[in-house]
Structures are given as C-alpha cells and as structure tokens.
Design a protein around this ligand. Sequence first.
Ligand SMILES: [Zn+2]
Length: 324
Amino acid sequence: MKRIYVLASALCMVFASCQKNQEESTEDVMALPQEELSISKEQCGTMGVLEDKIAENPGLIQDMAAVEAHTKLALEGGFTKRLAADGKIEIPIVFHVLYNADSENIPLSQLEDQVAALNEDFNLQNPGRNTIPAEFSAVEGNVGLRFVLEDVIRVKTKKRQWRPDDSMKFSSSDGSDVVNPQEFLNIWVVSNMPYRGGNILGYAQFPGGSWATDGVVMDHRFTGTTPYSTGRTATHEVGHWLNLRHIWGDGGCGATDYVADTPDSDGPSRGCPSYPTVNCGTADMTMNFMDYSDDPCLNMFTEGQKARMLSVFTNGGFRATMAD
Ligand SMILES: [Zn+2]
C-alpha cells in the first residue's frame, strides 16, 4: 500500500531532510485539502471493519471458523481445485464507481490499470520482483489468478464521503448493490473513507461474511495508477478477500497470520524499509503485499500465502463457484 506519495518522494530525493514531513509536502504538491490526505495509521480498514461486523453479528465467528476448518483440510490435500485451460483461475471483476464530484468518476483506463497491476502481482510479473532478497525470493509464490474486467457500474451519489460500514454496497443507502458475488469480485471505488482518526485506503471482507457485502472497497485515489498509487492497495485487499491476514498477524511477536513461511513480526512496516529489518528475532518480509510498506516496495506473496488463497477455490471452499 502506498502511504506516502510518489511526487513527495521525488522531492525528498532532492531535500533529504524532508523525510518526516512528506505528508505536508504532498499537500502542497497535490493541492488537496489536508483532511483528504490524512491517512490513518490503520491504512487498511479490514480488521477494524471485521471487529465491527462481529460486534453486530457474533455468528460471523463461527462462519469464519468453518472457512478456516475447510482451509486446513484443503492444505492437507483433501480437495482438488478447478483451473482454466491455461492453468489459472479466472476472476471477473465488477467495479462500482460511486462519485459525487466528476473527478471521482475515474476513467476506464484507471480501472484497466488496476486490473493490469493485479495480474502482475498474482503472476510474478510485477516490476519490483528483482529487489526481493534471496532469503525471501526462495519462498515467493506464483498465485496464478487471471483478473478480467467484467463490468463497470457508475453511480452518481449524494455522498461526499463514506464510513467503512458497507453502506456503499446498497442502492438503498445511495450506493450500488453487489452483483453476483459467487461469480464476480465486486470492487466499490469511492471518494474517501474517514475512519479512526484518518482516512483508510481500502478494506475487504474475508471469506465467510455475508454475500450481500462480499468484495473490496477502494479510495479512488489508490485505485490503479495515480500520483498516490501503483495499484498495490487492491492487491493487498484482494489478498484479504482470499483469506490472507496481515503479515504481522495483527498482534505482537507470536501473533500468527496462519501462514508458515512468512516470518514473525511485531507490527506493520512503513515507508520503504531497508533489508534486513529485524523484529522478533528474524528479518521482516517488508516487501510482502500483506504489509503496509509503500507501493513500490511491496513485491511478493509467499508459497504459503498462495496455498491459503487457493484453498478457497477448492471443492467446498467459500469461492469454489468462481472456479467452476
Ligand atoms: Zn489489510
């Protein structure tokens, strides 16, 4: 995910001392209101939204535990997965572009850029791969998903901002209703989402949640290629949508992300950390898509993450219908 911005980073190459003031610099460069550029420390809203959902519906814990139990069996080799003729699973995407200002009605080319970035990241074609240290490239996984743009739904809405409470997923609350979530990945692209002291870049719903709210939500400024983004926020959110947790396990040392080949860490990375950055006794995999490093410094999934993601497409899996 890209928290600090390309143009500000370019300025900071000239003015090295501005490293800690990049967001202020960005305000000048981008000429956007301060509040729109205030990014929450919790830049991905997925876990916070999950807490809110469980508070509303405690039964969600059991539904997600059932997905976990299936994943465990799938990882033991109990199920087969169904692939397209080229050996890949195809994921058709329906974008819902919800806009108030015309600038938020982002062009088709930006959505196509987003789809292209997803295809790079899930097929070992992302340009930053050559920077992955040998320790981690040894476990890099080629997930093998093929994303295609199925449809774009554009809705002019009265809302100028959204709470990450799924209201954007219903026409009854000035949003746009989900389209066939058992066949399509629904991605809602919205103006901005203030949450817990700042804006979040996006959030996703894990497998096991309600079909009516299944999918990913993105701030339009972090969708595709923009001055803020190279498209990696969506890669991160789609990782959650396929049941990946944050690489630090959303806790301190010892908290698990349910994947064996990702190293233990005590929290998210920020910016573009140098290697090795050691926490909990091991080097952090700061370039993993499920961390919070800046977009250009996010470059890999692991084999263990790949296996966990593909489990949802196996027989009886939450997303098995997409692989039929
Ligand atoms: Zn996240």
